[in-house]
Design a protein around this ligand. Structure first.
Ligand SMILES: NC(=O)c1ccc[n+]([C@@H]2O[C@H](COP(=O)([O-])OP(=O)(O)OC[C@H]3O[C@@H](n4cnc5c(N)ncnc54)[C@H](O)[C@@H]3O)[C@@H](O)[C@H]2O)c1
Length: 363
């Protein structure tokens, strides 16, 4: 099968907008997309190879259009979701609906036409590592923290800690899609992103959106506004960052190699880019000092706040996420190319050019 016609749900988001850039630059794909927002994809709205619905992809009003688009597509890429940690414990019902109930609706349509569904899950399905429940030196043993798609147990915290609503809904979606594949022969691919990082991620509160974005945009906002960068629970949690171009490469390879990609779950991450959130704050303020030419940013204030104060009741963090990407390497020939410094520097430069340069000039 050669993929030509694509339905892309969440095409106006961070991953979706970068993927759309790549698909339309290729010229060989026709894309039908849905999103609430067109802000990040405004440059594509007149492209004849792109049909955009600016609406809820799962509302009753759009069901017939979605059905028709899925019917005529080779693949549906499902990226539309609430995926912001600040909402997991305060809007758990919406989070579960978005990450499970709506996925179920989409899966029903894909199953009806046996259309291949590529679904964005999350590395959060692994929950916390086994090492985090064992004595201190457990992190010396990779078997207790390294995450392998078809082997590693998925460990969620208690129900009252509503922060797990997202991870649990994503996990159930994975189980549902797997069942659709086994029982109804619907082709599926699931991928688990590990902290994709790059330009256009989220929004800058007060400038391009409201609320609390993910950590990258929180730190950028602090640098732009001259407020402290806040480390939740000491910033000890570690994350492995993957530059968005690497992530899009992996998705493009799936589209080019359906045989290899179908009916698999892939970790997409860069274990060599692992960093604590504390060190990330330091690297980001240094990168901002370099790009702005203002060395004062090297000592931009960094403070500690509790998870309770920052996210509210029911928050709990995943301690560490170390992806094993052997499967993506073996089946897709994919591996991350961007290192940590490039990932952070390119991203900070984008946000400075987009928002910081003007603020600096105004001052
Ligand atoms: N970025 C990451 O590092 C990361 C990590 C883990 C999982 N993921 C998953 O990848 C997917 C995309 O993530 P992202 O970082 O691009 O998020 P994002 O918030 O930037 O993009 C999601 C987009 O979906 C849209 N959307 C949500 N519900 C919709 C609906 N009902 N109808 C139409 N549009 C809708 C939003 O408007 C948004 O533009 C999500 O499923 C997320 O859970 C991302």
């Amino acid at each position: 099968m050669k993929v030509k016609n694509i339905v892309l749900l969440g095409c106006g988001g961070f991953i979706g907008s970068h993927l759309l850039d790549r698909l339309l630059a290729d010229g060989g794909y026709n894309v039908v997309g849905w999103d609430f927002s067109a802000d990040k994809i405004a440059g594509h709205l007149d492209n004849p190879k792109f049909r955009f619905y600016q609406s809820d992809a799962f509302s009753e009003g759009t069901a017939a259009d979605l059905d028709n688009a899925v019917k005529h597509s080779d693949v549906v890429i499902s990226l539309a979701a609430i995926c912001n940690p600040s909402r997991y414990n305060t809007e758990a019902i919406a989070t579960i609906n978005s990450n499970f109930t709506e996925v179920q609706k989409l899966a029903e349509v894909c199953a009806k036409y046996k259309t291949w569904m590529i679904h964005a899950s999350t590395c959060e399905v692994y929950g916390r590592t086994m090492a985090s429940y064992l004595p201190d030196n457990s992190y010396d043993n990779p078997a207790l923290y390294e995450q392998i798609e078809d082997e590693t147990p998925l460990i969620m915290g208690p129900i009252q800690n509503q922060r797990w609503s997202y991870a649990c809904a994503k996990q159930l979606s994975e189980r549902l899609l797997h069942a659709y594949h086994v029982e109804q022969h619907m082709p599926i691919t699931m991928f688990r992103p590990y902290n994709f990082f790059g330009p256009r991620m989220d929004f800058i509160p007060g400038r391009t959106g409201d609320g609390v974005p993910r950590v990258l945009a929180c730190f950028v906002t602090a640098l732009l506004d001259g407020t402290p960068m806040k480390l939740v629970d000491g910033g000890h949690a570690r994350r492995a960052l993957l530059y968005i171009d690497d992530a899009v490469d992996a998705l493009e390879r799936m589209l080019q190699m359906p045989q290899a990609a179908q009916n698999q779950t892939f970790n997409l991450g860069a274990r060599q880019n692992e960093i604590s959130i504390r060190d990330l704050a330091v690297m980001m303020r240094n990168a901002y000092a370099d790009v702005s030419g203002n060395p004062a940013y090297r000592s931009h204030p960094i403070i500690e706040v509790s998870g309770l104060d920052f996210y509210g009741k029911g928050y709990e963090d995943c301690d560490r996420r170390v992806p094993n990407v052997a499967k993506a390497r073996r089946l897709l020939g994919w591996e991350a190319k961007y290192g940590l410094e490039e990932t952070i520097n390119y991203t900070v430069r984008y946000f400075y050019d987009e928002f910081g340069r003007e603020s600096a000039a105004a001052e």
